[in-house]
Design a binder for this molecule. Structure first.
Ligand code: HAM
Length: 418
């Protein structure tokens, strides 16, 4: 076949969709418990939004965005993540004037032109939350506790929760000097990307996957020993609160994330179980206290996270797929097919999920289809049943059959289905 889906982008067919629904429904329910409300943003945004928020020297902006010029000569980009759009919408709708603290969640596809691998796609789905207007640190702990609890409720038990603080502007300025002092003698040994990063944002050198760069980064001074007092106090209180909540975590001083907008709290949850490949970051998040202001909004602290849904699905224990048919209607003769359609309508009006083979076929082949669809009940309708206002109701699990009046059919089916 010549036309195929774009590399790194996948179809999700009906056989797979029930586990997606399970995951998304569970996320929506969990978010509601914490007071988050859903928002939906456009998939396409002005390119400048991502360049200015995620950062010019990040992998996403430098190498991974799907950017195009539309027919009106505007540079547009398929969103690589949801935080930038949330901030744009927060500013655009002047939400800060409506409420002091805003809690949004979103679910949807994101686009990054990365090298496809197991757990890494060019179109992937994220579920995320963003909180605007609360400087923390208690909300930082609540958000981390929420997502760790959520992941465990999915049956994903082997995880590691990493937290770090990269401080605010003052800490960063101090640390930048210390880090550059450390890196300078190694400049020529670093990869060309890192040599550029040293000038643009040296913190990103700590995130490089090139072996020699990570070796050098391993001995770099820790940002944690450079936190100014207010940042240190924020991080200490976060840890105290997490401990009180019983949320497991490990402080990982080398955790830096690939987006430039972060300040203070950073966190990631890694999946440690089987099923995930090298792409084991189930989610990432952090605080971005400068971003609303830097995009032209009011000075507003914010924090959030986003989870990769494909990765969560890989890490979740599998469950048998639920059936999608309650009742299968079998028309015993061609002459009752119209009547079978009417019975279908009656049962559906009563809320039952009904299938039938309106093409007809032998009794046996229709019953085989009922089995194949894992229908619990078959209702057989023949000429004499139509005449007498009854159906033959077959419980396909208990292997019993009896005659019930047409008026009672839906009620009986529901009783069997529980
Ligand atoms: P991120 O770490 O770039 O953060 O992405 C969050 C999660 O999305 C990752 O941990 C991973 O599970 C999933 N993910 C990322 N890229 C891919 C990919 N190519 N294929 C499959 N899954 C992927 C953000 O996007 C931030 N907006 C999170 C955030 C929200 N920070 C504050 N608020």
């Amino acid at each position: 076949m010549s036309l195929r889906a774009v590399k790194g982008m996948k179809d999700i067919l009906p056989d797979e969709i029930s586990k997606w629904h399970r995951l998304e429904d569970a996320f929506r329910a969990r978010a509601a418990l914490y007071g988050f409300r859903e928002a939906r943003f456009p998939i396409v945004e002005p390119t400048a939004l991502f360049v200015r928020s995620i950062g010019e020297n990040t992998d996403i902006v430098e190498k991974e965005m799907y950017t195009f010029t539309d027919r009106g000569d505007k540079s547009l980009t398929l969103r690589p993540e949801g935080t930038a759009s949330s901030v744009r919408a927060y500013i655009q709708h002047n939400v800060q004037a409506l409420e002091p603290v805003t809690k949004w969640f979103y679910v949807g596809p994101m686009y990054r032109r990365e090298r496809p691998a197991k757990g890494r796609y060019r179109q992937f789905y994220q579920a995320g939350i963003e909180v605007f207007g609360d400087p923390g640190p208690y909300v930082d702990a609540e958000v981390i506790d929420m997502v760790v609890g959520f992941i465990s409720s999915l049956g994903i038990t082997q995880v590691e929760v990493l937290i770090n603080s990269i401080g605010g502007p003052e800490t960063r300025a101090n640390y930048r000097d210390a880090l550059l002092g450390y890196l300078e003698p190694y400049r020529s040994e670093l990869c060309s990307d890192c040599q550029r990063r040293m000038d643009a944002n040296p913190l990103r050198v700590l995130d490089c996957k090139v072996p020699r760069c990570s070796e050098i980064a391993a001995d770099a001074p820790s940002i944690l020993s450079h936190l100014v007092d207010a940042d240190r106090a924020h991080f200490d209180t976060l840890q105290k609160t997490l401990t009180l909540l019983g949320t497991p975590y490990r402080v990982e001083g080398s955790l830096v994330r690939g987006l430039d907008y972060y300040t203070r709290t950073l966190f990631e949850v890694l999946g440690k179980g089987e099923g995930l490949g090298a792409q084991n970051a189930l989610l990432g998040g952090g605080r971005y206290d400068q971003m609303v202001k830097s995009l032209g909004g009011p000075d507003t602290p914010a924090i959030g996270f986003a989870m990769g849904l494909e990765r969560l699905l890989m890490a979740m224990p599998s469950e048998p797929d639920p059936t999608h048919v309650d009742v299968f209607i079998v028309a015993a003769q061609a002459s009752v097919r119209s009547e079978a359609a009417l019975l279908g309508r009656e049962l559906r009006d009563a809320g039952l999920r009904v299938e039938s083979d309106l093409r007809g076929g032998s009794l046996k082949s229709q019953l085989r289809r009922a089995d194949k669809m894992s229908a619990r009940i078959a209702m057989i309708l023949g000429e004499s049943e139509v005449e007498n206002g009854v159906v033959q109701l077959k419980d396909l699990e208990q292997k019993t059959q009896d005659e019930v009046s047409r008026a009672e059919a839906a009620k009986r089916a529901k009783a069997i289905l529980g």
